[in-house]
Write a protein that binds this ligand. Structure first.
Ligand SMILES: *[C@@H]1O[C@H](CO)[C@@H](O)[C@H](O)[C@H]1NC(C)=O
Ligand SMILES: *[C@@H]1O[C@H](CO)[C@@H](O)[C@H](O)[C@H]1NC(C)=O
Ligand SMILES: *[C@@H]1O[C@H](CO)[C@@H](O)[C@H](O)[C@H]1NC(C)=O
Ligand SMILES: *[C@@H]1O[C@H](CO)[C@@H](O)[C@H](O)[C@H]1NC(C)=O
Ligand SMILES: *[C@@H]1O[C@H](CO)[C@@H](O)[C@H](O)[C@H]1NC(C)=O
Ligand SMILES: *[C@@H]1O[C@H](CO)[C@@H](O)[C@H](O)[C@H]1NC(C)=O
Ligand SMILES: *[C@@H]1O[C@H](CO)[C@@H](O)[C@H](O)[C@H]1NC(C)=O
Ligand SMILES: *[C@@H]1O[C@H](CO)[C@@H](O)[C@H](O)[C@H]1NC(C)=O
Ligand SMILES: *[C@@H]1O[C@H](CO)[C@@H](O)[C@H](O)[C@H]1NC(C)=O
Ligand SMILES: *[C@@H]1O[C@H](CO)[C@@H](O)[C@H](O)[C@H]1NC(C)=O
Length: 733
């Protein structure tokens, strides 16, 4: 750990040192400024490449690279050295008296194509041999018989020049003579050959053919770069410092760093010698100086500059000088007009933006508030709590509901009633649902509501409309149900929209289904539920005319330890249990009473309350009772129902209906018993019909009958149907 810290510290220290100006590093050798990545002592040059290790000869203060004197280091990847020329000289007899053939190894540096291979002499040819990028050789020849004046150009007449390829880190230069200069010895005893930067050698036949003006070394440009990877490859690991950018080396290997436009300095340094903003307004460097002309004044900015004009003038960018604004008044008014308009628009925009945001915020807060108020928190708590693992209540968002109902479009209303409005909704997965805007009494009932949502969601009974979920973000909670297609029982019995006339068999089956469902709710559900609003308008029929009990908006849960519950009396006139109405005591027998009314409705096809009936018969129960008493039941039974075969059944059903509607709740049978009796009616009928056709089936049905007689109908009759593929329509109330 200690070691690690020490290493870390020294590393950080090194980085700090490196990030500064390499303290202790000599930045000069003679006249030449030694600039990083080059350096003249250990730790002062770029450590990744020993080619940047230069030497400073302390005797003559010359900076040396590879045996050549360095005269200039440029950040843009160039190094200039003085390279000694090669030569061969002869005497009058054509004997070689001196020669010098130069070669250079350049390490990771390469020679630039800015150089020219040059040969001087009138009996001369010369070769340049390279190494590295293909063993390339080039050369030129020059012959002449007399001295002719030239104009500084190396183009024949004693001098030849050729361009060279870049990229080689080795070169060897050698001049030759055709005839040992014997024919031209008088004015040209030697052949010379050398590399020189283009433009840095002006040939003069009179001066240079003799002894090359005693010039022994010529400037040569060498290319350098960092590493062997491109900028892309090296990425963030490049050594380029602040305000500099990485640039792929022009020589094709590695990269170099460049100061950004408007900055100058050593891009490899991060200190004050690194890339600094150029003050274009004050710099003496003409390359960077500003071009503000005339009245415009220069203002330096980071990386750039501005030319400012005095007021009343504007800058003409063509000549960077200030020109008087045309028609200042006009401009003034236009500006004022434009300014005001734009300002006004901006203001309106800003205000509406803020309003929108505030509205949004308010909406969100409101939604949250409603969610809490409607018991969302409690619901989530209950859902997450133990014991409700198979609960499948989906919590819909307000937006989702809005979209599904097309913004609570009136055209989507399926029904309206005392307990809310039902809309047809289309969910994003294209499934059709019925969305009920439930009505909630007061906040104290929140828990009840949540309980109902939870309980209903757990009821997976084929004759109960399935609750898919709810939305609590709205002021009035929304309940989402499966969509049941064929309207309500009320519509079928009394409505004009369904031209159907239900047969006795269908009516009996529907009665059995309702009775079974209520029995299930009263005793088979985990917590007894009293529907409290059983009526034909709350019985939906699907496309097979299967009954679906709906609207549990008024339903109450009866805690296990209580037989009955005192509540505010709620229900629908005509179906309302008179005992419950007078005492306010709610128990399951209230539903029995209501069911009795429904059964009577099924038998007679009459409405529960009808003011067209005689005074004492406005209520179906009294109408039915008096008809029974007077033994004229057959008169009031729906003519579509009665036929020769079903007298007994109809009479039995009528008896059950009357028992259900007894004034004293205790005298009414239990829903379970009613369900069994009705089921028995139905089964005996079916058995009777089928007895001659299929004995096996009859036996099976007989089994059902036995079960029914024992009151266990729910186990066979009310199996939940899972994954019912068809969509159902709830037409509401
Ligand atoms: C190298 O030459 C450039 C001009 O070409 C000059 O500005 C710079 O100062 C020179 N550098 C050295 C170290 O002499
Ligand atoms: C050339 O550079 C590579 C790294 O790019 C380095 O390993 C090698 O030592 C260098 N060669 C010389 C002669 O400095
Ligand atoms: C740098 O160059 C000098 C002189 O050529 C040499 O003595 C020294 O060992 C070199 N340093 C490295 C690390 O190669
Ligand atoms: C340094 O320069 C002197 C004089 O030019 C020369 O004699 C000497 O050999 C040089 N030293 C090195 C190490 O090149
Ligand atoms: C040129 O000189 C070389 C050696 O000095 C000699 O061998 C050769 O014969 C000479 N050629 C002529 C044409 O004189
Ligand atoms: C260049 O020539 C040398 C021998 O003269 C040889 O070793 C080397 O492989 C050659 N390089 C290339 C790139 O052909
Ligand atoms: C070559 O000549 C041109 C014009 O005659 C001059 O500007 C330039 O400085 C000369 N170059 C050298 C290296 O003497
Ligand atoms: C060239 O150098 C020689 C000896 O090194 C000297 O005698 C001669 O004067 C020099 N010529 C010029 C033009 O500098
Ligand atoms: C800017 O100046 C140029 C040259 O003086 C002139 O041709 C041009 O019309 C001017 N532009 C404007 C917009 O005044
Ligand atoms: C620049 O152009 C303007 C016209 O747009 C002219 O009035 C002004 O004299 C010009 N200035 C210079 C310095 O050329």
């Amino acid at each position: 750990m200690k070691l690690f810290l020490v290493v870390l510290f020294s590393l950080a220290y090194t980085m700090l040192i490196n990030g500064q100006s390499w303290p202790g590093c000599t930045d000069r050798c003679g006249n030449v400024k030694v600039e990083y990545p080059f350096g003249i002592s250990q730790g002062c040059y770029y450590a990744g490449d020993n080619s940047f290790n230069l030497t400073c000869n302390e005797t003559d203060n010359k900076l040396i690279f590879g045996g050549n004197e360095v005269i200039n280091i440029s950040h843009n990847g160039e190094l200039r050295v003085l390279n000694t020329r090669s030569h061969v000289c002869y005497n009058k007899q054509g004997e070689e008296i001196s020669s010098n053939y130069r070669w250079s190894r350049l390490g990771n540096l390469t020679f630039s194509d800015k150089n020219r291979f040059t040969a001087v002499g009138c009996n001369t040819y010369a070769f340049l041999n390279t190494d590295g990028v293909g063993n390339y050789s080039t050369g030129c020849m020059s012959t002449c018989t007399s001295l002719r004046e030239t104009n500084g150009l190396c183009s024949g007449g004693g001098c030849c020049q050729t361009s060279v390829p870049k990229g080689s880190n080795y070169f060897r230069v050698r001049p030759y003579s055709f005839s040992n200069h014997t024919s031209v010895y008088g004015f040209n005893p030697c052949s010379y050959a050398f590399l020189v930067e283009d433009g840095m050698f002006n040939f003069s036949s009179t001066k240079d053919l003799k002894n090359l003006r005693n010039i022994t070394r010529f400037p040569v440009v060498l290319d350098w770069s960092i590493g062997k990877q491109t900028c892309k490859q090296v990425g963030r690991a490049s050594i380029c410092q602040g305000n500099s950018i990485c640039s792929d080396s022009p020589r094709g290997i590695g990269y170099i760093c460049k100061c950004k436009k408007g900055f100058d300095g050593n891009p490899y340094l991060s200190n004050e010698n690194g890339c600094q903003d150029i003050n274009e307004c004050t710099t003496s460097n003409t390359k960077h100086t500003h071009n503000c002309m005339g009245l415009s004044t220069c203002e330096n900015t980071l990386g750039d500059f501005l030319c400012n004009c005095p007021s009343g003038y504007r800058l003409n960018v063509t000549n960077m000088s200030c020109a008087r604004k045309d028609k200042p008044e006009y401009f003034g008014w236009t500006q004022i007009f434009l300014g005001t308009t734009i300002g006004f628009l901006v203001l309106i925009l800003g205000v509406s933006c803020i309003q929108q945001r505030m509205k949004h915020k308010k909406n969100t807060e409101l939604r949250q508030q409603f969610f809490e108020q409607n018991g969302g928190g409690m619901l989530i708590h209950r859902l997450s709590g133990a014991g409700s693992s198979n609960v499948d209540v989906k919590i819909f968002t307000e937006e989702g509901m809005k979209e599904a109902t097309n913004g609570y479009d009136e055209g989507r209303i399926l029904g309206q009633g005392g307990q809310g409005t039902v809309y047809k909704g289309i969910l994003p997965d294209n499934s059709i649902v019925a969305i009920k805007k439930a009505r909630l009494g007061d906040n104290s009932q929140v828990e009840q509501f949540i309980n109902e949502v939870l309980v209903l969601s757990q009821i997976n009974h084929r004759n109960v409309v399935k609750l898919l979920g709810c939305c609590l973000e709205t002021e009035v909670p929304l309940l989402v149900y499966e969509f049941i297609t064929s309207g309500t029982l009320f519509d079928h019995l009394h409505g004009s929209m369904f031209n159907s006339s239900l047969t006795w068999e269908q009516r009996l089956r529907i009665a059995v289904e309702i009775a079974g469902t209520l029995a299930y709710l009263h005793s088979y559900a985990s917590i007894p539920i009293i529907h409290r609003d059983v009526k034909t308008a709350n019985i939906l029929l699907d496309e097979n005319l299967t009954a679906k009990v709906a609207d549990f908006g008024a339903s109450r849960l009866i805690p296990m330890d209580k037989e009955q519950l005192t509540t505010m009396v709620q229900g629908t006139l005509g179906y309302l249990d008179p005992e419950y109405y007078s005492t306010g005591l709610l128990n399951e027998k209230s539903d029995v009473y209501s069911f009795g009314v429904v059964l009577m409705e099924l038998l007679t096809g009459q409405k529960a309350l009808c003011f067209e009936r005689p005074q004492n018969s406005k209520h179906l129960v009294s109408y039915f009772a008096s008809a029974t008493k007077e033994n004229r039941l057959h008169e009031i039974i729906d003519e579509k129902v009665m036929n020769e075969d079903n007298h007994r059944e109809v009479q039995e059903a009528a008896r059950i209906a009357i028992e259900c509607t007894r004034l004293v709740g205790e005298e009414r049978p239990k829903m379970k018993e009613i369900a069994a009796e009705l089921e028995a009616l139905r089964v005996t009928k079916t058995k009777h019909e089928w007895s001659n056709q299929n004995t096996e089936e009859s036996e099976h049905l007989l089994g059902v009958q036995i079960l029914s007689a024992q009151g266990n109908t729910s186990t066979t009759g009310y199996d939940s149907i899972k994954n019912e593929a068809r969509l159902h329509i709830e037409t509401g109330r």
